[in-house]
Design a binder for this molecule. Structure first.
Ligand code: SAM
Length: 275
């Protein structure tokens, strides 16, 4: 208990300096506290007070601490209702618009893509949904994350079966077994590019028809950073484009027009200019 209280105090001190916020970390603090304790030990430091002193003496250590604060949790078809809605309603609507543009490409961005579970789920929602009806429409998906280890896993595209538990049965056909893992067949990864980017500092140029920003900015980033990121996301949406948040996330109010209107009932799926 004492160790937990000490770590909570440490996180409350350091997170704001990284553009992050304590409430987002409350539930995952044990993971982060364990990593921080291990880091302090590896530096030969005795406890968090000594580690804090090290951070104050050595600005370079902050980048390492920042890495320790990344939460890699994800899974395929996370929040199934969201992906069903994307497959059955949102992607077909966005595709119909994209199909009228001269370049005929539907463009999507998954920001904070972890090991690829989210972008591959979206690609499967497309392929097993509207794609067949719009064979001439291209599909381009950019997936970004700050963590190179996770991006490496995303490129390999092999997962433990548990990660696919929520995926509709028909979509399992997109994977082939490799030992204990299930690997996405390469044809389903076509059109998907991965890039290392820190969402607090950089964003792709866009514009995008669809942006997934789930369980990252609007959970872990501090209020000011959330507002800045939201302004950047909005600026990268085409008119009528959609933004998807995590199930428990709220958009900060930045008073910008046109509004990002949530699809009802509460879905975490927003559309620029309304539905
Ligand atoms: C909890 S996971 C969410 C994954 C996926 N979006 C989902 O909802 O299942 C958060 C992801 O954000 C990444 N991340 C953390 N901080 C980041 C940052 N500043 N910029 C970009 N990605 C970051 C982590 O590496 C991790 O992969």
């Amino acid at each position: 208990v004492a160790a937990d209280a000490e770590c909570v105090a440490f996180l409350q001190w350091c997170l704001p300096r990284l553009g992050l916020r304590w409430p987002g970390f409350r539930k995952v603090r044990r993971t982060v506290c364990k990593r921080v304790a291990r880091r302090a030990r590896s530096l030969g430091l005795d406890g968090l007070a000594a580690y804090r002193a090290r951070l104050e003496a050595e600005p370079g250590e902050w980048a390492l601490l920042d890495e320790l604060c990344r939460i890699p949790i994800s899974r395929f078809w996370r929040d199934r209702g969201v992906f069903e809605c994307l497959r059955d309603e949102v992607l077909p609507a966005l595709a119909a618009t994209a199909d009228t543009r001269p370049d005929r490409i539907l463009r999507a961005w998954s920001a904070g893509c972890a090991s690829g579970e989210e972008p591959y789920s979206l690609a499967l929602a497309w392929r097993f949904g509207a794609a067949a009806r719009l064979p001439r429409l291209g599909f381009e998906l950019l997936a970004t994350d700050a963590d190179p280890v996770l991006l490496g896993r995303a490129a390999r595209a092999c997962y433990r079966p548990g990660s696919l538990r929520e995926l509709p049965a028909a979509m399992r056909a997109a994977f082939s077994p490799a030992g204990p893992l299930l690997c996405l067949r390469p044809e389903y990864a076509a059109g998907i590019a991965f890039a290392r980017q820190d969402l607090r500092r950089e964003m792709p140029a866009g514009p995008f028809d669809l942006i997934l920003c789930r369980n990252l900015a609007f959970t872990y980033f501090d209020a000011e950073t959330q507002r800045r990121v939201l302004a950047g996301l909005r600026a990268r949406l085409v008119p009528g484009g959609a933004l998807v948040l995590g199930r428990h996330e709220r958009l900060p109010d930045i008073g910008a027009e046109p509004p990002l209107a949530e699809r009802r009932p509460a879905s975490g799926i927003f559309r620029l200019g309304g539905w």
